[in-house]
Structures are given as C-alpha cells and as structure tokens.
Design a protein around this ligand. Structure first.
Ligand SMILES: [Zn+2]
Length: 621
C-alpha cells in the first residue's frame, strides 16, 4: 500500500521553504511594503500586479482572479504537480528528508511507491542531460566540439549552457536510462525515446549536438538538437515533442539564465537560435532568450510579462533581433497586429550584413553584439521605414504612394504624443505639411479609403460588414456561452469565417476540444487562447470573451442557429453557383450520369440554402 508523507514533515516543508524564492522563479516580485511582495499574476492575464505574496505567512493571493494558497498549492496549480510531487520537490530544495508512513501511522522505509509522473519525467531529463554532457567529451563527439569551437564557444561556454552530444547509436540513452530504473513508458512520455516497429526503444536524438532546455526555475524539460552530419536525414533542428513538461508555445530557451537580468533591466532580447542565445549571453547581453522550433506568440508574451512588466508604469522593452531577411521582417511586422501596449514596447534590432548575433560576435566581437542590441528602434518606426524604402521619394508620385503606405501604420499608434513626433519627422521626409500627413493618418484611422482611390461599391461593403459582424457574434457566443453554442457551433467548420483572425479563433476553439464539451469560464477562454498560434488571434479571444452580445437577455439555441445560418449562407450560395457553372459545361446527353449526380447535389444544396435563409431571417440585431 502506498504510504503518505508524515503531517509533521509537510508542516516542516511549509515552514522551511521560502515561498518568495519558489514563486520568484516564475514571477518577478517587488517589495510592496508591509512585508508584502507583488507581481503579475501567473494564473490570469493582467497588466498591473494584483498578485500578492506574504513570505512571513507563507501564502500568496491574487486579488484579480482570487487564487491563493501556500508554496505547495502554487506548484500544484502552476506546474500541475500532484500534492506529493510538490512536497517532494520543495523538500528537495530545502534539503529535508521526508518520512512516509502507512495508514496506521507505521513508518515506511522507502518513499511512497512511485513519485508522480511529472517528477519522474523531470528526473529522466536531468539524467539525460548528464548523459549527453558526458558524451560531449568522448572521441566520437569531435564534430560536435568542432561545431562549437568554430562558433567561438569554448569548453567553459559549453559547460555553462550544458551542451552535450547524442551518440551514434539507436538506443544509447534509452539503455542508460533503463539501467537507472526508468520505464519504457516514462522515456516515451518524456519524448526522449520512442518504440520502434519491433517494440524496442529508439532514442529521439542521435548523432546530434544537444542543448538542454530549462524552465525558469532551471529544471531541464526538453532538448534541442542540431544536425551535424550531411547524411543525417532529419531536420536541421529537432526539438522535444509536446510532453506533459514541454509546451513549445511557452518554452523560451535561456529563460533560466536570463530571468533575473530581464527583471533588473526591464528588457528582454528575442533571438532565433540556441547559438544566438549563447553568443548574446557571452557577449554581455544576458537577457537573451529564443523560442524553440516555433514562432514567437501570445503565450511567450504571457510568460515574459511575468518577468518583465512588473508594474503599470514600467517601460519594459521586448527587443527582437533579425538578420534582415524577409521572413524575419515579416515576423516582426506581424507583431503589429498585437495589442497596442505590446506594440509600443516592441523594438527591432537588425544585424548588419544579414548576420545573426552568433556570426556577428565571431566577425566583430562582443562589443558589436552589445551595440547591436543598444541600437534597437521602435517597431513602428521600423515598419514605417520599411514601407518608405519601397518608394522613390525623389518623385512626387513616390512621395504620394509612400504617404499612403505609412498612414495606416501611424493610424495604429494610439499614443498621441508619439504620433505627433512621427508626423513631424515623416512630414519632413515626405516633403509634406504636417497637417497634410495628419489628415491622411486620420483618414486611414477612420477606415476610409483615401480620397484618390476609386470608391468601393457601398452595398458590397455593407454585406461584408454584416457578415463579419455575424461571424464575430458566433465566436462571442462560443467563448461566452459554450454550453449554448456547443453542438451547433462545432458542426460548422471554419469555411464561413472570411476574416483570417476569426478563422484562427474558430480553429483554436476546435483545437481546445470544441465548444460542446466546454464549461463557461476563465479556463475555457484560456484554453482557446492557448490554442491560438498567432499573437493577434490570442488577443482577440479575450476581447470576444468580454464583448457584449448583440441581444438583450440570454442567447438560446434558436439564436445560435440563426447567426450560424447567416454565416453559412454565403458559403453554400457560392457552392450552388459553382455547381451551376459545372452543370453548364456538361452535355446531358453524353454525360448523363455525371449530369444527374451534379443535378442531385444542386437540388440538395438549394434546399440547404432555403433552410438557411429561413433560419437566418430570425431577427437578432
Ligand atoms: Zn490572478
């Protein structure tokens, strides 16, 4: 029978563990007076700190979302550990030895059966990291060592970052870990190995240079592995797959080393790869982190905010470095779709000559890397310069086109003082009066087409905006009242959502398990947000979750069917039109079967359109 930890030991853990230290590994805490500490709540999305920690009483409480508890609760809630796992982890930190007893209070010798899964996976990763670093010194890891030294990383640097080598064998790691008592199931769940067709275990990483990826508290939760040999058929970089420990939408390589510096300086530098993180840290930019095998997204911002934006007035800066290629620049500009606060705190540092920070460090030294980061420009300014560069400002026409290109960009800046500043700078560049440029920006802000552009057909625009309104309404109900929207919502695929952001939210709802099985509340909204790959869609989710529905009273099934019918109608009507065109091209006398089949489909679709039309006729605005 599994034993339990003695109550006295649990109390001891609570007394000995410094809750400020435990929470401080995940959230930057500042002194709030009266023996309290404050930070941004890791359990809900907030901009001004309402998350309080009182070390003297060993407790935390969030006045924003109401969560609270002690150090043990914190680990169970935030890291998903079981109670026993949390106590074991904290005891380990505090150097306490736990005593386990059976139900009758008899002391047991060993620990209580098996530790929980997450702790086992963490232990497996720690052992794997040791195994890999040990192998880096072996003769067969010569290529890996050469790779590092060719990029300016010596033995100390490799040790600091825990670089290792995955040997050229099918199951070297699996064998090593099995011998240490880990089960095949645990290694598979950890993403370290997978069963082959014959049933034996194969290592995930082979013949590769590996970097351990750690969470903010320093625990190894995954690995990144780079290809070293030309005959390696795999991708250049291979990362740990999604596991109970490793969520790539939240993982930031280097956060364990960078978090204190991020909190201290209020700056974080986003680079693209493992070697760039190493190069930045070694060059004296210790707040550099990188995403692992995925684009920087809303979840990453949420993680960083806890370390970065620790007060409302803080001037936190997120600095992206890009090697100046198109893809990188597009990624940077995409951040424009994020909320304003993020935009105004986003900066860009473009490396000269298309080098990444690692290459820059080698060619020009540590100082050059530090200067690169110091030379960051606001994202807005970067976007404007990019837009202007496409036009010839020596011609009147070029200046006109450039004006039109930058007006919508300036229209998105909400800080009026900043807009005025830019108006002054760019009016001069474009040879315009400041007032003239301001009018163009106001026009863009009002969503109006510039006066010179051909006017849009008005009817079409109205229909379009009604469609978008209905799409928005459908998503709002699905987020706010999933139990009502549920099965109807899930039955309609993403096709009717013409706006890419709405479509992304629709897909995120499906990825989060669908509306039918969801319970309304912050967890549902958070789950959808977490499933959003794009920053913009993630931000839209909270907006849709709080925006009032367009009806008085509570939505019911009829309301849901009505708005769903509205958004589906154009899709089905387009299918009808398409079928009719195809029918016209078919000769009924020679291709009779095909004709009849298409004709049958057409009849069915037209019936569908009629029923959608009837349903959509129910008033809702
Ligand atoms: Zn909270």
């Amino acid at each position: 029978m599994a034993g339990r930890i003695r109550d006295a030991d649990i109390q001891l853990v609570r007394e000995r563990v410094d809750i400020a230290e435990v929470i401080g590994e995940r959230v930057t805490l500042r002194n709030a007076g009266g023996g309290n500490l404050k930070g941004l709540c890791p359990f809900h999305d907030e901009r001004s700190p309402s998350f309080n920690v009182t070390p003297a009483r060993g407790v935390y409480h969030c006045f924003g979302c109401g969560v609270g508890g002690d150090a043990i609760t914190f680990l169970t809630e935030l890291d998903g550990l079981t109670f026993v796992e949390a106590v074991e982890r904290l005891a380990g930190k505090a150097g306490l030895k736990l005593t386990y007893e059976d139900v009758d209070g008899r002391v047991q010798r060993g620990p209580s059966g098996q530790p929980g899964l997450k702790q086992r996976l963490l232990d497996a990763h720690t052992a794997a990291a040791e195994f890999y670093t040990g192998k880096l010194l072996s003769p067969e890891a010569m290529t890996a060592r050469q790779f590092l030294s060719a990029r300016g990383f010596d033995r100390d640097a490799a040790a600091t970052f825990g670089c290792g080598y995955a040997p050229d064998a099918w199951d070297a790691l699996a064998k090593h870990l099995r011998a240490k008592g880990f089960t095949a199931e645990e290694l598979t769940q950890a993403g370290l190995a997978k069963p082959s067709r014959s049933g034996s275990l194969i290592d995930r990483f082979r013949r590769r240079l590996v970097w351990p990826i750690r969470d903010s508290s320093g625990s190894v939760i995954g690995f990144g592995a780079r290809k070293l040999f030309d005959d390696d058929q795999g991708p250049k970089y291979l990362n740990t797959p999604e596991t109970p420990l490793y969520k790539k939408s939240q993982v930031l390589y280097g956060i364990d080393l960078a978090r204190k510096e991020i909190a201290k300086t209020g700056r974080v530098v986003i680079v693209e790869g493992y070697t760039d993180v190493m190069a930045c840290h070694l060059a004296g930019v210790p707040m550099a982190v990188a995403t692992c095998g995925t684009a920087f997204g809303a979840e990453h911002i949420r993680v960083l905010r806890r370390f970065l934006f620790d007060s409302e007035s803080a001037d936190g800066r997120i600095i992206f470095t890009f090697d100046g290629d198109e893809a990188g620049q597009r990624a940077a500009l995409k951040a424009f779709d994020e909320e304003q606060r993020f935009v105004s705190q986003t900066y860009i540092a473009v490396t000269p000559g298309g080098q990444d920070p690692c290459e820059l460090r080698q060619s020009a030294g540590d100082t050059a890397v530090r200067e690169l980061i110091e030379r960051h420009t606001p994202l807005v300014q970067f976007a404007i310069e990019r837009a202007i560069a496409k036009h010839d400002l020596d011609t009147a026409e070029g200046r006109l086109h450039a004006t039109r290109a930058i007006a919508p960009l300036l229209a998105r800046v909400k800080d009026r003082g900043l807009v005025e500043e830019y108006l002054g700078v760019y009016a001069g560049r474009l040879g315009k009066e400041k007032a003239e440029l301001r009018r163009a920006v106001q026009g863009a802000a009002a969503g109006q087409a510039p006066a010179e552009a051909p006017p849009q057909p008005r009817r079409e625009m109205r229909a379009d905006s009604m469609q978008l309104r209905a799409q928005r309404e459908v998503l709002k109900v699905a987020l706010q009242q999933p139990q009502v929207a549920g099965p109807y919502f899930d039955a309609v695929d993403a096709a009717p959502y013409t706006d890419p952001n709405y479509r992304a939210v629709r897909e995120a709802i499906a990825a989060a398990g669908g509306a039918a099985h969801a319970a309304a509340g912050p967890n549902w909204v958070a789950a959808v947000q977490a499933a959003c790959a794009e920053i913009a869609a993630g931000a839209l989710v909270s907006e849709l979750a709080v925006e009032e529905l367009r009806l008085a009273g509570e939505p019911d099934a009829l309301y849901v069917r009505t708005i769903l019918a509205r958004i589906q109608r154009p899709v089905v009507e387009a299918e009808v039109a398409d079928l009719k065109r195809r029918l016209q091209r078919i000769n009924p006398s020679t291709d009779k079967d095909q004709y009849m089949s298409l004709f049958g489909q057409l009849m069915g679709l037209e019936q569908h359109v009629r029923s959608l039309r009837d349903q959509a006729a129910n008033a809702f605005e």
